[in-house]
Design a protein around this ligand. Structure first.
Ligand SMILES: Nc1ncnc2c1ncn2[C@@H]1O[C@H](COP(=O)(O)OP(=O)(O)OP(=O)(O)O)[C@@H](O)[C@H]1O
Ligand SMILES: [Mg+2]
Length: 259
């Protein structure tokens, strides 16, 4: 199994949108895929699961060793696609866990998922690189960094990559798969310039070729916590996630990451 974290220091850059749609792209091609919401404000799968706000989820498992991964996995209509909601997390917040306990639990969770036959686990992280996100990154095989194509955002990216590189000291398995430009508006000069600026700022292998366009369909889909591909009109934009998936697969096989 491969575990991919979707993480960025900045909020609102399209992490959740990317995580949902990329996971859906993996599931659609037949890989058994689990999408995990590790953002306490989680919104993954609001309507895929109907009542995900009331479900036990990832934070409950982190706070209570008696909970098994199999108890919090929620199936969807697509057989290869399941979710783990963020959950309530009150037990987690109250347990002043000793250092290393959360990381241990994240690792056990992933080991259990792997033993259940999952091929891909995609974890949507909260903004920032601290707390549970740091533990998720310490247990992941790869990290994808979405970045909005807008002038102010771009400058923070090299710092984020430096911080991730430092994390490789804890987890040498962590491949920094690259930055994905999101909400790109090809016909807007500022957006194109920001995209070019980022590509100019970073080594070319650090920025994925695939760019996610700005499209209102994503707003409408994510308001419901859905992948665009399950919306009737979503067919036209889902192909960009097929592209991203195949670019990631090529990159991972090049880097020698296990499937
Ligand atoms: N490609 C896109 N085109 C248009 N709107 C988008 C796109 N990607 C994301 N959005 C919208 O931008 C907003 C933020 O996106 P999203 O929730 O995915 O970001 P995030 O990085 O997960 O945010 P947070 O840091 O709060 O978790 C949402 O309203 C979403 O619908
Ligand atoms: Mg989010």
């Amino acid at each position: 199994m491969i575990t991919l974290a979707v993480s960025s220091q900045k909020g609102g850059v399209g992490k959740t949108t990317l995580a949902i749609n990329l996971a859906h792209a993996y599931a659609r091609m037949g890989r058994k895929t689990l999408l995990v919401d590790s953002d306490p404000q989680g919104s993954v799968g609001l309507s895929l699961t109907r009542q995900s706000r009331h479900l036990s989820g990832f934070f409950d498992l982190l706070g209570n060793p008696a909970i098994k991964a199999s108890q919090i996995i929620v199936p969807t209509r697509l057989k290869t696609f399941s979710l783990v909601a963020a959950g309530q997390g009150s037990a987690y917040e109250m347990s002043s866990s000793a250092a290393g306990v959360t990381l241990y639990r994240v690792r056990s969770f992933l080991a259990e998922i792997a033993s259940l036959g999952y091929d891909v686990c995609i974890v949507d992280c909260a903004a920032g690189l601290f707390g549970v996100t740091a533990d998720v990154l310490s247990a992941s095989d790869g990290v994808i960094v979405p970045q909005q194509a807008e002038p102010l955002g771009v400058r923070s990216v090299p710092k984020m990559l430096e911080a991730l590189t430092r994390m490789r000291a804890v987890n040498s398995r962590l491949h920094i798969l690259g930055v994905v430009l999101t909400m790109v508006q090809k016909n807007l000069q500022e957006s194109r310039e920001s995209a070019d600026a980022l590509r100019g700022l970073l080594p070319s292998e650090m920025v994925m070729k695939t760019e996610i366009p700005r499209d209102d369909l994503f707003v409408r889909a994510s308001a419901k916590g859905l992948p665009v591909g399950v919306m009737e009109e979503g067919f036209s934009v889902q192909s960009v996630f097929e592209e991203l998936r195949s670019e990631l697969d090529a990159r991972m096989s090049y880097l020698g990451t296990n499937k």
